[in-house]
Design a protein around this ligand. Structure first.
Ligand code: ADP
Ligand code: MG
Length: 226
């Protein structure tokens, strides 16, 4: 009987996930469709080019997240972490400029190395940025997104914060649940995926959030001990 209930819950999360996946993909798809239709009418594809491309990129990100959930992340490289974070700056900066968000960062240099899966760490940062972007109310003036890193004794610590609306206690309490989302078109795989990736790196992942003040996500990546 117990296993039956478990299966029922699993079935519910799977159908919830499938629905979220379909919704999330349908949004960019209908934007792309509309814009291609418009460009046909006005004979002016250049005008819509950028939006169409960015919507296609968004679809790619969503699919990538889903694939990563089931992927065994073992393509790790030995790397100095500061370098990896530096390499992400242009991408984060342009996303923030587009959305009127001030991007601040401070990355501590270190000689020590980590077993890193570069594309996975990039995915974490993009998911956290996406969540911050989606959380900011449209009328908020001073939107800030910040990434700070510190080399501690055994781990490289990464702190990602925003000054958005933060989360209610009831939301924070449910974050552990798979596929939990408060968004109409959310999938709820962003944070679970981030946790999984950090777990695969043998690090830790924490979420702090204060209503009306913002959200701070901290994760650690253990250094290779010499
Ligand atoms: P999704 O983005 O698809 O909803 P996530 O796992 O990425 O799934 O996030 C789960 C929920 O956590 C979101 O629906 C939102 O309610 C909350 N959340 C995540 N990040 C933030 C943030 N930076 N600020 C406010 N709420 C957040
Ligand atoms: Mg998300």
């Amino acid at each position: 009987f117990n296993s039956l209930i478990k299966d029922k819950h699993q079935m519910e999360s799977v159908s919830h996930l499938a629905a979220g996946f379909a919704h999330e993909l349908r949004n960019p798809l209908s934007v792309i469709r509309g814009f291609i239709q418009l460009s046909g009418l006005t004979n002016n594809i250049e005008k819509y080019y950028r939006t169409i491309l960015s919507e296609i990129d968004r679809m790619n990100e969503i699919i990538e997240d889903f694939l990563s959930l089931s992927r065994n992340n073992s393509r790790k490289l030995v790397q100095e972490p500061n370098e990896l974070f530096q390499s992400l700056i242009p991408l984060i900066r342009s996303e923030c400029i587009l959305r009127n968000i001030t991007f601040d960062y401070h990355f501590e240099k270190t000689n020590r190395k980590i077993f890193l899966d570069k594309s996975m760490i990039k995915q974490i940062i993009l998911n956290l940025l996406r969540n911050a972007v989606e959380a900011f109310p449209e009328d908020q003036h001073d939107k800030r997104f910040k990434i700070e890193t510190k080399a501690l004794k055994h781990v490289y610590q990464v702190k990602v914060s925003d000054n958005g609306p933060g989360m209610k206690k009831s939301v924070l309490e449910q974050l552990g649940k798979p596929f939990f989302t408060t968004k109409e078109n959310g999938t709820g795989i962003g944070l679970p995926l981030c946790k999984k990736i950090i777990g695969d790196h043998k690090g830790e992942f924490f979420i702090e959030s204060k209503l009306g003040e913002g959200t701070v996500i901290t994760f650690t990546l253990p250094f290779i001990e010499e």
